[in-house]
Design a protein around this ligand. Sequence first.
Ligand code: GCU
Length: 619
Amino acid sequence: MKNSSLHPLTFSFRRFAQLLFCAAIFVAATASAATPPAPIVLTGADRRPSTSLNGEWASIVDPYFNGLFSFHHEIKSNGWFLNRKAQPNDSFPTEYDFSTAPKLKVPGDWNTQRESLFYYEGPIWYERDFTYQPQEHTRIFLHVGGANYHSWFWVNGQEVCEHEGGYTAFNCDVTSALQNGANFIVAAVDNTRHDDNVPSLETDWWNYGGLTREVSLIAVPDAFIDQYDLHLSRSENSVVVGWVHVVNAGPGANVEIEIPESHAKTSATVGADNRALIHFSAPGLQLWSPETPKLYSVGIHSGQDSITDLIGFRTIETRGTEILLNGKPIFLRGVSVHAEAPYRTGRAYSDKDAEILLGWAKELGCNYVRLAHYPHDETMLRAADRMGLLVWSENPVYWALQFDNPKVLAKAEQQLDEEIDTSRNHAAIILWSMANETPNTPARTQFIETLAARARLLDPTRLITAPLLVRAEGHTKIIDDSLGDALDVIGFNEYIGWYEGRPESADITQWRVAFEKPLIVSEFGGGAKAGLHGSLDRRWSEEYQADIYRHQIGMLNRIPQLRGMSPWVLMDFRSPNRPLVGIQDEFNRKGLISDQGQKKQAFFVLQKAYKEKAVGKPE
Ligand code: GCU
């Protein structure tokens, strides 16, 4: 209806103001709707019944992130997350269609699935349809084992969460977005490297992108157990202590814990902080150790919710320069391991990947592995629990970060929280590593001291460490980086015989350590192309690498407080920093085993030393 009395302009101005106002409401509505709650951690998520969303997902490569951002780089309200199908009478084009898009497997990195994506760094969209019947009085979480690096998720067009960090699990509440019957999920995953990321721009491993770990739906009752910590008391024999946190329980709710095999059970009341404190005697518990990796089925119940986890019970602590497992000194005979899949290469994620990699470590004679440089998959940790391998787990604070940037600290803290809260009940994990090879600056030291203090608060039952860089005066190597004061166990990386000197340089190297603490050589080694042979001084030959190991073992045995080692590295792994054609071919070749399973001579040198316990002080 048109009002003739008004000046045409006045009319259109008022009309325009109304439109503006509606638009503002709409944007506000979508914005508020579009800011979903932060994802949560679910301890023992892999022990809960779930609906798997693994398999083939449609995928669209979107280098300019056109599916989310408009040409003025504003978030689109009609982005590809709507999974819109073009309609015959549309007045605008729909320039994407998941139903005709090529597939990518989940879990899996995209780099090794499609030649054209081998070097790709940027956003890729994923979509899959699924049916689901939500039950009454339940909350449903989308569980993502890992998505590298920055990811966004929508269910039926509604944004359900956003996450930054490529190596930790997270869970998004999708209860309000799910419908009975047909549903669809859209994810955008972007592995672009930014200087304020954790890790930052430089890494010596392939920046595998995608939904790299398993994805599923987990249903829990309205009041549910999100986190729990159960471990053996250090001070009271055969006493299990810890806590259970129950969301929406409310004070006075009950928690029951039972270990049927040891006829032990207890119950406790949830307090105002939704936590129930646990303390009960479990006589006759067999202690978990590499020799006897005994796992107990443990039932955790509260209200309608239950989880049955497989937990080993052991204590770990230091005494002077000793590391004590179950009260006894131990030497950690280890190797460093990247989550690179054996044979097929790409990001490791399966039980089989873990069995092969850790099987090789056992064959080497290891009782310990350093899982580098980021939290590994639950499949790897479960395998370490089962196979009896102690674990060093690491937060991906790697090389140089913006240590003076509070936002970067917050990201590192978030990833540390997710790592510890997800994996705190693995008996295998004894060490939380805060970082790797960071520059010795005041900002860095403060940054990592903050992380170490946080880790101690989150988990006072394990040891805090980090590999420090070493300085030298002549043939004397000195470990006196002041960060060592914040650590329980000092790690150090050195490459005598490879990046510096010849293998025999180790014979004349002395060590000076400024800390009365246990010491672990977290990295040493050298490169070799499997099958390349030659004289001892021919670099890249198996003979040269084996010689490095012989001299290193001699040198390391002369360091009185050395309590462990994890040479670099179990298996060759892909790295963008390694272009030497015919030798490296974009692999870091410091593996004791090639990516195709060929054992190099150095493997047998170290295996002999480990089997004969010829390293470290006798236990
Ligand atoms: C460093 C670093 C590793 C790297 C290794 C190497 O010490 O921690 O990530 O791969 O050296 O240079 O091979």
